[in-house]
Design a protein around this ligand. Structure first.
Ligand SMILES: C[S@@+](CC[C@H](N)C(=O)[O-])C[C@H]1O[C@@H](n2cnc3c(N)ncnc32)[C@H](O)[C@@H]1O
Length: 201
């Protein structure tokens, strides 16, 4: 049972969370430019599918993986309710399981990596699942002071330095690496910057 199981039903009710996912989706589409109709997409740590559903109309299929059964249930219920047959969520724990090799054209993961202990292994596994020439897109927090979450249960990293992400991407053999600010999440006390990291296999 993960903390996210309890959060799943109300996950989509926070406007800034939905907006952040959309900024990520729009930036990826802007970056890709090409015809993505034939693309096979993996959304890792997909949650309720905020990012996945931003792609579903434009690509061949989207697979969402997440270790929270509550999140995957919400994800698949949403797909069923809108009658989308090319989007499906599965339970998967990246700390314990591998991913298929050379399967996806793009792998996207939004606000998940700060929950993963070994970021080098995470980036390696995601890269392994990409086809040659495929692209990895990670959005997550820049280094923060531990006040982003009101409850830090399951939070392993208080954000990241660009250098750590760059090293993880290089070690995984990714090329043409870009890391830049994507957007900021405003909270009453202060705002928190989010980066996007892009690399090509
Ligand atoms: C902050 S949420 C982000 C959800 C979604 N990407 C979004 O943008 O709304 C982080 C997600 O990562 C998942 N997660 C955390 N650790 C994981 C792990 N070891 N394996 C798979 N999923 C994990 C959680 O269940 C949760 O759904």
């Amino acid at each position: 049972m993960s903390r996210f199981d309890d959060l799943a039903q109300a996950w989509d009710t926070k406007p800034e969370r939905v907006a952040g996912a959309m900024v990520f989706v729009d930036k990826i589409k802007e970056y890709l430019k090409d015809d993505i109709k034939s693309f096979k997409v993996l959304d890792y740590g997909c949650g309720s599918g905020l990012v996945s559903f931003g792609f579903a109309n434009d690509v061949e299929f989207v697979e969402g993986l997440d270790y929270s059964k509550g999140m995957i249930d919400v994800y698949n219920e949403k797909a069923k309710n809108i009658g989308m047959g090319n989007i499906c969520g599965y339970i998967h724990n990246i700390n314990k399981e591998d991913l298929p090799s050379n399967k996806y054209d793009i792998v996207v993961t939004n606000m998940t990596m700060h929950h993963i202990d070994d970021i080098n292994s995470f980036v390696n596994k995601l890269t392994h699942s990409l086809k040659e020439g495929g692209k990895l897109f990670i959005a997550d927090l820049y280094k923060e002071d531990g006040t982003f979450h009101s409850d830090n249960t399951d939070v392993v990293h208080f954000g990241f330095h660009e250098e750590d992400i760059l090293n993880a991407y290089k070690r995984a053999g990714l090329n043409d690496i870009i890391i830049e600010k994507l957007h900021s999440i405003g909270k009453p006390e202060k705002s928190f910057d989010v980066f996007i990291a892009i690399g090509t296999k």
